[in-house]
Design a protein around this ligand. Structure first.
Ligand code: ATP
Ligand code: MG
Length: 210
């Protein structure tokens, strides 16, 4: 593939932020495709502590989301999972994630991977100027969402077409709640983990999810 962003000789670390409730093949394909296209050395998945956009909804326990992400990525030597957002506590802001990753990874270029839906909200995020100084942003296509540069700083963002997977965590949760299968939408180990922990069941521990 083409190396759209010129190489600097530094280590190239992709950052895939998300709620991952649950992680699904849309996340994994996006990370894999961007890693190949941008010659990334590694992609670190960073499950949100409490996602600030989703505080009105109920989100599964951080440990469950973390473990599902570990299960989904374990077999790929280029993928890893970070606990930084979970361990920081409180609401997760991408600026904190990137500051911490930049500090922990000197001589590394960061590439923040985001789907078209999240990219379109990007200007509503905190500290946009510092965000773009900390990482190069990569917006990936997602079925049902228009991928457009929402007026970002020149050269601060790349738009990348990835194989279209019309999968969302919301859809997966709804399927489990209805008793429909999520096989082949999420990795096999994640299906088994969802069943083992009885996640997304309306009756599970009495917590219905919106
Ligand atoms: P939810 O429905 O709960 O919001 P989600 O499927 O959108 O879940 P998130 O954890 O919110 O998953 O997404 C993490 C990141 O992955 C976001 O940048 C999102 O845009 C991107 N993403 C999620 N699903 C896809 C997909 N099918 N194709 C491309 N990008 C995706
Ligand atoms: Mg989402």
């Amino acid at each position: 593939g083409e190396d759209i962003v010129p190489g600097t000789g530094k280590r190239r670390l992709g950052v895939m932020g998300g709620t991952f409730d649950p992680v699904h093949h849309g996340h994994l394909v996006a990370a894999s495709e961007v890693a190949a296209r941008f010659h990334l050395d590694e992609v670190v998945f960073v499950p949100a502590g409490q996602p600030w956009q989703k505080s009105h909804k109920q989100v599964s326990p951080a440990e469950d989301r973390y473990l599902m992400t570990v299960i989904a990525t374990a077999s790929n030597p280029q993928f890893s999972v970070s606990r930084i957002d979970i361990d920081r506590g409180g609401k997760t802001y991408t600026i904190d994630t990137l500051r911490e990753l930049a500090e922990a990874n000197p001589d590394t270029d960061l590439f923040f991977i985001t789907g078209a839906d999240a990219l379109s909200q990007i200007l509503s995020w905190r500290n946009t100027e510092e965000l773009f100084s900390l990482a190069h942003f990569i917006g990936v296509t997602r079925p049902g969402h228009a991928l457009a540069d929402p007026g970002l700083p020149q050269g601060g963002v790349s738009l990348v077409e990835v194989p279209a997977l019309a999968i969302s965590s919301t859809g997966c949760r709804a399927r489990v709640e209805r008793g429909d299968p999520v096989w082949y939408l999420v990795p096999d180990g994640v299906v088994r983990y969802i069943n083992k922990r009885a996640l997304y069941r309306r009756d599970a521990e009495g917590d219905a999810r919106a």
